[in-house]
Design a protein around this ligand. Structure first.
Ligand SMILES: Nc1nc2c(c(=O)[nH]1)N[C@H]1C(S)=C(S)[C@@H](COP(=O)(O)O)O[C@H]1N2
Ligand SMILES: [Mo]
Length: 366
């Protein structure tokens, strides 16, 4: 029996035992960062609860990066603190470190329920910014000191076990952290599986007005407004705002990728009924594309689209301009960026619209 040891010492011992060889740490950091960017971006498209493992993986990888970065910093510390060892590439290394700490710090703070806004940006958007900057930085940093991974670095059977342990520890940390949130009742406690935090209340004022990137059109005059329903239909039509007030209602949850969600009662017209107004569907009809007055657009498979709502009302009020008046798409189980606002065209199509991904990023720029 040795002398009793403190918790800190034991954690350090456990970390020492898990530590992979230096080159494996470096390559793992690279791989984990790429995996974080991938899981982070893909998670933007996930709105159904069955997608939860992706969010857990993102958190576990993040916790893994904390450990990998700690090992790495312990090893290269002197290259940063001793001016005699500074090279031109040191500046890049420091920049990469800053981006990594920024991404980790904002990620952890977000998980703890911190809900600050930096002017237009939520903490989660800042996290995304750091994360996206980190990928090219890590790639450039790796290129300045490029050493191919050797098989021996990863070969030992223990390596796989170590990585599994690392991810499991990451998952466990997150689970533990949830307990802390619940106990302290922080804003992190009632977030969704996507990490989004609730915005309570009903109607226009209850939730933020968000544009994905730069969309900011002038208000649309209700009397001049026309909605075109066309594409693979027998009788294309133009409808007025009054035509859309069909009295259909639906409760649906809007979950924005900038980190908030709201449950609202939406009113308007079922898209299936909207399409009926344009006659028969062509046999090739497979998608319905919703296009905004700004050009912003998104498509849904036709079966899903028919169940969606083109909303003119929210929480018993007329939809406000900021929230997409005269009409916006309500697409249950889809992330917020797919809920097209200021819809002026509904088009039935035979093909998937790959271009929508680019358009949602650039629409609104002159
Ligand atoms: N035309 C258009 N529709 C849009 C957007 C946009 O930028 N342009 N932003 C989307 C995003 S990112 C979200 S989260 C929701 C936000 O809806 P809200 O502003 O009513 O809260 O609208 C979506 N619809
Ligand atoms: Mo969003």
């Amino acid at each position: 029996m040795g002398p009793r040891r403190g918790v800190g010492e034991r954690v350090r011992d456990a970390l020492d035992r898990l530590e992979p060889p230096p080159r494996a740490v470096d390559w793992s950091l690279f791989a984990f960062v790429v995996a974080e960017a991938a899981t982070g971006l893909i998670s933007f498209t996930v709105g159904v609860p069955e997608g939860w493992p992706l969010f857990w993986l993102h958190r576990a990888l993040g916790a893994g990066i904390v450990a990998l970065l700690a090992w790495k910093l312990a090893r290269v510390r002197r290259r940063l603190t001793d001016p005699a060892l500074w090279r031109r590439s040191t500046a890049l290394s420091v920049l990469t470190l800053v981006a990594a700490l920024g991404a980790l710090g904002t990620g952890v703070a977000w998980v703890f329920g911190l809900d600050v806004r930096l002017s237009y940006w939520t903490l989660l958007s800042v996290h995304v910014g750091f994360g996206l900057a980190l990928v090219p930085l890590v790639a450039a940093h790796a290129a300045t000191r490029f050493r191919l991974p050797r098989r021996v670095d990863f070969e030992r059977r223990r390596t796989a076990v170590r990585y599994f342990a690392l991810l499991a520890a990451g998952g466990a940390t997150y689970r533990l952290q949830q307990g802390v949130n619940d106990a302290l009742d922080t804003a992190g406690a009632d977030r969704r599986f996507t990490g989004s935090q609730p915005r309570e209340g009903a109607g226009n004022a209850a939730f933020p007005i968000t544009s994905w990137v730069a969309d900011d059109p002038d208000p649309i005059d209700r009397d001049d407004y026309r909605l075109r329903v066309d594409g693979l239909v027998s009788d294309p039509v133009e409808l007025t705002a009054a035509d859309l007030a069909a009295g259909h209602e639906m409760e649906a949850l809007l979950d924005c990728t900038s980190g908030w969600y709201t449950v609202q009662e939406w009113g308007g017209i079922r898209v299936g009924d909207l399409l009926d107004a344009a006659g028969e569907l062509d046999a090739d009809a497979a998608y319905v594309r919703f296009t905004s007055v700004t050009g912003y657009r998104w498509s849904l498979p036709i079966d899903e689209a028919e169940e969606a709502l083109l909303a003119t009302r929210v929480g018993g009020e007329q939809l406000s301009h900021g929230h997409g008046a005269p009409a916006r798409l309500v697409a249950p189980d889809r992330r917020g960026f797919q809920w097209v606002k200021w819809v002026t065209r509904v088009e039935v199509r035979s093909e998937y619209d790959l271009g929508q991904w680019a358009v949602t990023l650039v629409s609104g720029f002159e």
